[in-house]
Design a protein around this ligand. Structure first.
Ligand SMILES: C[S@@+](CC[C@H](N)C(=O)[O-])C[C@H]1O[C@@H](n2cnc3c(N)ncnc32)[C@H](O)[C@@H]1O
Length: 522
């Protein structure tokens, strides 16, 4: 068994997760240490030492001074006994609470956990405000806080290399980190691993490397994508997927799209945010689907009255066609698919009361969500949403024009139009289903590991859609025929794709300048 595996077997999964212990692949450690040492500075600091992946990368370099810190005494003891080494160059301390040092180079794979789970969170928030004048958001994760601290500690000629989840590039709490990375103009490049499973086998988020060089003021930041580990060593010699002028980088916008090769910008004069027409919100969260979602045959056998169940899509796979109508829902019920939401009211029928009692015997009333409801079995009231968008997707989201009365659980976000949006539901559906609509909406997605994409309702509500003037250019007949065509073929007509294609300007605002020599100002 390898040293890392022996350690993990020794301490168990809970300990590892409590400390955010994931170990850096040796090839990644070599790359990061090699890049940092190109600064010419001969020392390296690792703020989360773990089992010394970065230390291993300089083992045979007696000219390099290595130091670091580590909060977990257990992992340090394990490392000491496994390597028979003295540990005096690693301090057993909390990096986020030990201040007032400067370092030449910092290389780090920071612990990744939500601040909500972090023991010293209040102290850390206070010290960040005090030392850096930064007010961290409660959503910040420890990795972002590590990075913010490291870039404040680097001397004026050193380098910082971090391998970390990149979701901060697309989220609200990440703005503070992005602003800090570009305000001094030292951000050099970001590398996104599309092969993240090779690096962290249980990664559930996209992972990448952030490279920051305090000795340089690059005019451009390069965004690279790694498709296989074999290309890592030479990645910085390859043209980036996109190269963005530092002065064009906006900390408040989403940066993950810079890793996409088909970069384009959106014609702002022809678009408005989706919330102009209405809003997406999440589907119904029952807190215990096993109890609340019933098969029609079960409801019938139990004698639950038809007024005490509502048709409800519980899984994305239950909708197979882009236009979903009452007859499709009836077919699901006829085929005994579990699509009935138990929704008894305060005075349930005798049979429903018996079912509720059975649920209590099984403890469903004590679940996280159910225990906060009164009565616990009364789920949220929603109207059927005319547009449904799948929460998680691989290779393109699922968009449904729902013409049925079915509700949906959390597998779909549901769009409710405002008064103004009512007349544009079919138009919006066609846009969201078009290639250009998908590309524009996808600028807002959060990327999870293994090509898994996720949308939060507000990502969608802020996403850009055509303005009413553009939508009005499609006649009623054109829209009606397009919906019929989609119903029949499962795809929107090619003319509609072309129509919405006008909203994109290929490679516009990204400022791609491959092959040019980039001048740097001192
Ligand atoms: C993701 S692991 C990386 C370990 C190692 N450097 C590597 O690259 O394989 C992060 C390490 O930071 C340690 N750690 C967690 N919180 C810390 C803190 N506040 N201060 C210092 N170390 C911390 C964890 O115990 C863990 O060993």
């Amino acid at each position: 068994m390898s040293r890392n595996a022996t350690y993990l077997a020794c301490v168990g999964e809970k300990h590892r997760r409590d400390y955010g212990q994931f170990f850096t692949h040796p090839a990644v450690a070599d790359f990061m240490v090699g890049w940092a040492l190109e600064s010419g500075k001969k020392s390296i600091f690792d703020p989360g030492f773990g089992l010394g992946a970065f230390f291993d990368a300089i083992e045979d370099r007696s000219d390099i001074r290595f130091s670091g810190c580590e909060i977990d005494p257990k992992i340090l003891d394990f490392w000491k006994s496994a390597t028979q080494r003295k540990i005096d160059f690693i301090k057993n301390e909390d990096y986020l609470l030990s201040w007032d040092k400067t370092c030449e180079n910092i290389v780090c794979n920071p612990p990744y956990m939500r601040f909500q789970k972090f023991l010293n969170r209040d102290k850390v928030f206070r010290v960040f405000l005090d030392k850096l004048g930064l007010k961290l958001s409660g959503y910040t994760n420890t990795a972002s806080a590590f990075l913010l601290k490291s870039v404040s500690e680097i001397g004026n000629a050193g380098r910082v290399a971090y391998i970390m989840p990149l979701e901060f590039l697309n989220t609200g709490y990440g703005a503070i980190v992005k602003r800090r990375l570009i305000e001094d103009g030292h951000l050099v490049a970001m590398i996104n691993f599309e092969c993240e499973k090779d690096i962290f086998s249980d990664a559930t988020t996209s992972v990448g490397i952030v490279l920051y060089d305090a000795s340089r003021y690059p005019k451009y930041v390069d965004f690279h994508v790694i498709k296989s580990m074999a290309s890592l060593a030479t990645i910085l010699d390859q043209p980036p997927v996109s190269r963005v002028a530092t002065c064009e980088l906006d900390p408040n916008s989403k940066w993950l799209p810079y890793f996409q090769s088909d970069t384009f910008s959106v014609r702002s004069e022809k678009t408005v945010p989706l919330n102009y027409f209405g809003r997406f919100s999440r589907g119904i969260a029952t807190g215990a689907n096993e109890f609340f979602v019933l098969r029609p045959s079960f409801a019938q056998k139990f004698g639950i009255e038809s007024s005490e169940v509502i048709p409800c899509i519980a899984k994305s796979s239950q909708i197979k066609k882009p236009v979903f109508e009452d007859e499709d829902c009836e077919m699901l019920i006829k085929n005994d698919v579990p699509v009935l939401l138990f929704s008894a009211n305060i005075s349930p029928s005798k049979q429903a009361a018996r079912y509720i009692q059975q649920g209590e015997q099984k403890g469903y009333h004590k679940r996280f969500l159910t225990k906060s409801r009164n009565p616990w079995y009364k789920t949220e009231r929603r109207d059927p949403a005319p547009l449904l968008l799948g929460v998680f997707s691989r290779g393109g989201y699922k968009i449904i024009r729902n013409k049925s009365n079915a509700l949906t659980l959390t597998c779909f976000h549901g769009f409710q139009p405002n008064l103004f949006g009512m007349k544009y539901l079919d138009h919006l559906f066609l846009y969201l289903a078009s290639d250009s609509g998908r590309a524009i909406i996808s600028l807002s997605k959060r990327k999870y590991g293994d090509a898994l994409d996720k949308f939060e309702p507000n990502d969608l509500n802020d996403a850009l859609v055509p303005s009413p003037k553009i939508l009005d250019a499609l006649s009623k007949d054109e829209v009606g025929n397009a919906i019929l065509h989609t119903k029949k073929t499962g795809r929107i007509p090619a003319e509609i794709d072309d129509f919405f294609g006008k909203l994109k300007i290929p490679n516009g605002a990204m400022g791609l300048h491959f092959g040019h020599r980039i001048e740097e100002h001192p």
